[in-house]
Structure formats: C-alpha cells, structure tokens
Design a protein around this ligand. Structure first.
Ligand code: AMP
Ligand code: ZN
Ligand code: ZN
Length: 495
C-alpha cells in the first residue's frame, strides 16, 4: 500500500504541478539590435557569418523604421509595438511644452503614457518562471508600472561587446533567476557612421565587428547548450545617410532669428515652438527660407505632418516640425564639436523612413523560425505582437499598432511553443491518468483474486472438516497424539 501512495505522490508532483515548479518550458528569445545597421551593409562582403546564417533564417529584404528614424523612438516602437505618436518618444530629445523643459534620455521621456507595457515587462509579468534581461536597450533601465526587468545592464559603450554577451548568456543560465527573454543593444555601426559616414573605411571596420559578435553569440549559444532552444532576432533601428560637409550643413541661424522660437530635437528633425506673438513670423520666415532662399528644409505645421508618420496626434507633437532634406543636416555652431567633423563626409538619420538609406535590417533564426524564408518588408511595430505570441503572452490593454498576421508566416508552426508545451503536457497527464487507472484496476483485480483464492481455501477446509467430522486442529492433535504414542515406544531410546 505504501508503494502505491508513493507512486501517486510522485505522479502528482511531477506532472500536475510541473508548470508551477518548473522554469524550463518557456520559449527562449533574444532580440539583438545593432544601432544604425543599414539593411544593405551585408552586401559589402564583410559579413560572412551573417550571410551564412541568413540561409538558416527568416529574413526581410529590409525593415521599415518609424518616423523619425532615430534611436530612441525606434527602439521604443520595437519594444512596444506602438507608433511614436502613441508612445510619445517623438525623438531622442523632446520638448515638454506643458512643463517648459527638454526631455533627454530619462524616465519622463519614456513615460508619456504610464500604461505602456514594453515587451520585457509584459514577459516579466507573464509569470510561469518568465523573466527578462536587458542589456543597454534604450528605456530598459526604468520601471514601468513599478516593474524592472529581472536583469539589466546600464548603457556603457566602454564595456567590451564579448563581455556583454557573456553577461546575457549568464542570465539565461542563472541558477536562481534564469531569463527567457533578452533584449540586447549595441551602439555600432551608428556611432562611427555619424563621425565618418556610411561609405567610410571606418564604418566597414564596425560592420565586420558586428559580424564577429553575431558569430560569438552563436558560439556562446552552442557552448551553453542553447543553440537548439534559443530563438534569435537580429535587427536594427534605422540606416544611415551620407552628408557632404561642410556643403550640406544648414545653419538655421542664418535664416531665422533664434530668439523667436524654442528649438528642441536632434537634427535632421527639429521641434520648433514659436515664442508668444511670433507664431506667424516664424512660420512665414521658415517658408520663405525654402521658397525664396533655396534652403534645404521643410517646415510642417501639425496639419501638414503626414498621416503615415503617425507622429502628429500626440500632446508632445510640436506646432512646427522642421525637417532637413535627405542628405542635409542642421548643424548650428554649438553642435559642431559634438559631431567631431574631421572628414568631408559624415552620416546621419532621422529622415522619412521611405528613403532607402533609412531602411533597417531584420533576420530571425532559431527553432521557431522557418529557414531560408523571405518575407516582404514590414514596419518594426510588428515585432512586438510576434514576440508576445512566441512567448505565450496576452497583449496588454494598450494594444500594439502592429499585428501578428504581418509576421506570423515566419514561424514554423502557427501555434506558440507555449501552446505546444501545453498540448504535450495535457497528453502526458492523460497518459499518466490512464496508467494510474490501469494500475488501480490491476491492483483491485489482484486483491479480489487473492481474496477469492483465500475464500476457496477456507471453504475447501470447511468441506474437508465436514467430510472428516473434525477441525484441522482436532486432526492435528490427533496426528500429534499418534506421533507421541509412537514415540512412547522408541523416540526417547538412544539408537
Ligand atoms: P542616434 O544618434 O539617434 O542613433 O542615438 C544613438 C546614441 O544614443 C548612442 O550613440 C548613445 O550615445 C545613445 N544611447 C543609446 N542607447 C542608450 C541608452 N540605453 N542609454 C542612454 N543613451 C543611449
Ligand atoms: Zn540608432
Ligand atoms: Zn545615430
């Protein structure tokens, strides 16, 4: 009976409560972003590893960024599935007119709406042992709804890339709090693109470095036995555009009196807030600069901002957006040092995402992704619903602007790994229940059989007694009596 109890106990603990006590069934996903890695950088014969990996991957010819094609807006769109006008990170720097202050990288920039749930938080709140780790991903070091990712690394460009990867794989293998989702940011090749341009030998060095770190990640996955379990998404936030210097630099001060307006944002897109009483003058002057003086920028009022930018319906949208023409850049004197111009060409981004030089990179490889599968170009807001589906997470109240259907075809099956795990689990439980019932029936059968046999034995003894007119014991005594009377004769006598 004790063995039977032990068997049932083991069964219940191992199978029925497995989802509660185990961390190991969640989909493993790592989203890796290389800042400014333009979609066509892999055509430079510098990225053998990425090109080889592509044949094992689902990929798009390019991925479309959101407007403006800047780092913080796009990383937050990838992380939330929302357009900029919804998440409110309208640029790397945004003017908050209600408080008359400029929001740079910080908590407030990423908290235009407190109900927004970045992917790493959605995963963290998903339960069932799900945990997130973020390495330098813009916006990931702030709380959302009071939650932080289980693990994060603050942005620090001096940390060697290999060390960052080692840290992230350490999170996947953490003995107490292992992660199932990692979001990892690398600042190149964008930083070098700004300084030397997208056609420079310097950027080629960074492109080759990106390729090496991709290879290092695959190697690390193999060493940690994660290669067959981990799903990788390699992507970027935007591309890079060459700017001839000093020819294509625009000094705004030579067109308009700088005391007439407050300026914020990061070139080539500037937020313009005319001071009180100068609203009409500012707009007229900026228009005249283009129409009469041939300036290479356009001033958009809120009504003129393009709907497809999904930029204008936000309390943070400026009354005037100034956007330089492709290949031109505002560079007022105070910014010259920041850009460290030492060459005849520099690089930038921030223009309309329709320009091919603004296009981003996308490639996904791992057990859940189809191999050598090409999909049409898509907007980065579609990553969030895909990732949520893969991770088995319900979408938050602020539903993403992107849709699952855009990218679902790249998945090997249309059910998530969580669904597959659930099916496997249900089948295992049913099999175990059948096994238990069979064991129980077997045991009952055996018990009945033994009881039946015992009854038979007893009834045959009873019959014997009736037939022989005495009990077993009486007969036994009879036998003993007979034996002892025999012994009376010879047993005690030595032979
Ligand atoms: P952008 O010029 O729009 O591509 O901005 C890229 C720059 O943003 C990087 O070179 C960094 O200086 C900065 N940056 C990127 N990630 C972070 C982060 N997590 N925290 C703070 N600054 C960051
Ligand atoms: Zn960027
Ligand atoms: Zn940049």
């Amino acid at each position: 009976m004790f063995q039977l109890k032990l068997f049932f106990y083991t069964f219940f603990v191992t199978f029925l409560f497995k989802p509660i006590i185990s961390d190991n069934n969640n989909t493993l996903l790592i989203i890796v972003s290389f800042d400014g890695f333009r979609y066509d950088y892999i055509e430079r014969n510098l990225t053998d590893n990425i090109v080889n990996l592509k044949s094992n991957s689902s990929f798009a010819p390019y991925m479309n960024s959101v407007f403006p094609t800047k780092t913080f807006p796009n990383h937050f769109s990838i992380a939330t599935g929302l357009y900029t006008e919804v998440h409110g990170v309208l640029d790397n720097k945004v003017y908050d007119s209600s408080n008359n202050k400029s929001l740079g990288y910080g908590y407030e920039l990423f908290h235009y709406n407190d109900d927004i749930v970045p992917l790493w938080i959605l995963n963290e709140r998903g339960g069932g042992g799900r945990r997130s780790g973020c390495s330098m991903w813009p916006g990931s070091n702030f709380e959302y709804q009071g939650t932080l990712p289980s693990h994060f690394q603050l942005y620090n460009s001096s940390v060697p890339w290999e060390d960052r990867v080692d840290t992230v794989f350490g999170w996947f293998k953490h003995p107490d709090t292992p992660i199932n989702l990692a979001m990892v940011y690398f600042e190149q090749p964008d930083d070098i693109c700004h300084k030397f341009g997208p056609n420079s030998p310097e950027i080629n060095t960074e492109i080759a470095r990106v390729d090496r770190i991709v290879q290092y990640m695959m190697q690390k996955a193999e060493e940690t036995n994660l290669l067959n379990k981990l799903n990788f998404v390699f992507l970027s936030d935007h591309g890079g555009q060459a700017i001839e210097v000093p020819g294509n630099l625009i000094n705004l001060d030579s067109y308009i009196n700088k005391t007439w307006y407050i300026r914020d944002g990061v070139p080539p897109s500037l937020q313009i807030y005319p001071v009180k009483g100068k609203e009409i003058d500012v707009l007229k002057t900026l228009r005249a600069a283009r129409n009469e003086k041939g300036a290479n920028f356009t001033a958009y009022t809120q009504e003129q901002m393009l709907d497809r930018w999904h930029y204008r319906h936000c309390k943070r949208t400026p009354p005037i957006l100034l956007l330089a023409d492709l290949g031109y850049l505002f560079l007022p004197a105070e910014n010259e040092k920041q850009y460290k111009i030492t060459t005849s060409e520099i690089g930038t981004h921030g223009y309309d995402p329709v320009f091919s030089t603004m296009r981003a990179f996308f490639m996904a490889t791992g057990p859940m992704f189809k191999r050598n599968f090409k999909i049409d170009p898509f907007e980065n807001i579609n990553i969030y619903p895909l990732a949520a589906h893969m991770l088995g997470l319900p979408l938050p109240l602020i539903a993403p602007n992107g849709t699952l259907s855009t990218l679902q075809d790249i998945l090997v099956t249309k059910t998530s790994a969580a669904d597959e795990n659930a099916t496997t689990y249900i089948v295992a439980v049913i099999v175990m229940i059948i096994a238990c019932i069979a064991t129980l029936l077997g045991w009952l059968f055996l018990r009945n059989y033994l009881q039946h046999k015992e009854k038979l034995r007893k009834s045959s003894i009873a019959s014997y007694k009736i037939l022989n007119q005495g009990t077993d014991e009486e007969r036994l005594y009879e036998v003993r009596d007979t034996q002892s009377s025999d012994c009376d004769d010879d047993c005690d006598s030595p032979t």
